[in-house]
Design a protein. Structure first.
Length: 422
């Protein structure tokens, strides 16, 4: 089935070799990977998700996703393969494995964390069924043989004509972390992975009127404010928001992510953490009302239409680069939390879970995962310096939150070959 790109356009034209717009899910299993069981699980999984088995093509001046019947690639590697190339059978999705790690790479313009979690949920169902000879419960897992509803396929934004007019909002420039720390020459993308007990962190949130996403954003805000008490730029954290509820499209597979802007205002800085958390939650509540979220959707749709109005790829890249530069000025850092993974019985076989993407345009994004009784915070940085990680960990220590710095890795994401990137 041919899919015209619309929601995907900004992410498509933002992709570069240096910043591949990609989601990489890394799952460390309890035992060594059975490669045959994984291959079988991938085959079953991808038959359930035909809208992810696609090839990027150009038709009448516009990019489309066309059906791709070539097998989705599974490689014995930690590095994965280049997407949309002969190495990936021109698919926009691929899997790999090494020792006890399973890795999913998927084009972020095609889906978001919510969509990637669905793929993983299905994959783990089939893999664990064969690897451990168990029969997992099927409730809430998308499986082969299901009737795939139209709502999973269709872009819920492309043909909407009733979206509200987005208001014109003036915002001051945000504090730029790279400039503030003098990291302009530290061009080494790095990921720091931190684990926290789910039960203990949820108890801390309950005691302080917080929630996982808002509390991580608040702790980061507090840490940055202590580092730069005299900074002129606004400390503004973008907290990612799933737009599916506002669109009444819970099944949609597209990348449907908006953002709530959390400003750490001067008057808040002397407040106790509980009052600060209440203020942040109030900002989230106000900005996640359906009308407000739909205004954000309308703004994103307007950008897609602006991109489509340009004839050449270079002109479209120019529009995207300009829009992203405006966004970069407004955001200090980004926090993303899809929600509890709920991988059913498969969770007992998972030791570690990581969610990686390219760093946000501001240079730092924290991806929060909740799997098998613990939160993992992946600090995805455009630089290697631990200066902000250390400040964040100090803030957690000061608030009595125990953590485990699990490891530090080069942030490696496979390239996505596009006509203008090669």
């Amino acid at each position: 089935m041919e899919q015209k790109l619309f929601t995907e356009l900004r992410g498509l034209y933002a992709t570069t070799k240096e910043h591949p717009n990609e989601i990489r899910i890394r799952i460390r299993m309890r035992d060594l990977i059975d490669s045959d069981a994984l291959r079988n699980a991938v085959n079953m999984t991808m038959k359930r998700y035909p809208y992810f088995c696609v090839e990027l093509q150009k038709k009448d001046g516009q990019y489309i996703f066309a059906e791709n019947r070539r097998p989705v690639v599974v490689t014995h590697s930690l590095h994965g393969v280049e997407l949309n190339s002969e190495h990936s059978n021109y698919q926009m999705i691929a899997f790999s494995w090494w020792d006890n790690w399973i890795i999913l790479d998927v084009f972020h313009a095609m889906t978001d964390g919510t969509g990637a979690y669905e793929i993983i949920r299905t994959l783990l169902h089939y893999y664990c069924s064969e690897r451990y000879q168990v029969i997992p419960k099927e409730e809430g897992v998308r499986l082969l043989g299901d009737e795939i509803p139209t709502d999973e396929w269709v872009d819920p934004v492309a043909n909407r004509t009733d979206l509200p007019m987005p208001p014109r909002i003036e915002m001051s420039d945000a504090l730029n972390l790279i400039s503030a720390a003098g990291l302009e020459n530290d061009d080494r993308p790095t990921v720091y992975s931190i684990a926290i007990s789910e039960a203990e962190f949820m108890r801390f949130n309950l005691d302080n009127d917080g929630s996982p996403g808002t509390m991580v954003a608040l702790l980061l805000s507090r840490a940055i404010a202590k580092m730069y008490p005299e900074a002129k730029g606004t400390i503004r954290i973008a907290l990612c928001v799933n737009q599916r509820n506002a669109l009444h499209a819970p099944l949609a597979h597209q990348s449907l992510v908006g953002g709530v802007m959390l400003e750490y205002k001067e008057k808040m800085r002397d407040w106790p953490i509980e009052r600060q958390a209440t203020a942040y939650r109030g900002m989230v509540f106000a900005q996640t009302q359906e009308e407000v979220v739909l205004s954000g959707v309308a703004s994103a749709a307007g950008i897609s239409r602006m991109i489509l109005s340009k004839e050449s790829d270079q002109e479209r890249i120019g529009v995207t680069t300009y829009v992203n530069s405006l966004t970069r000025r407004l955001v200090t850092a980004t926090v993303s939390y899809v929600g509890k993974a709920n991988y059913k019985e498969a969770e007992q076989y998972i030791r570690d879970f990581r969610a990686w993407t390219s760093p946000a345009s501001s240079g730092l994004i924290i991806e929060i995962s909740a799997v098998n009784g613990r939160f993992t915070l992946d600090f995805l940085q455009a630089f290697s310096s631990p200066v902000f990680v250390n400040a964040f960990l100090k803030e957690m220590e000061d608030n009595g939150i125990e953590y485990d710095l699990q490891d530090v890795n080069e942030l490696e994401l496979p390239n996505i070959r596009l006509p203008w990137t090669g």
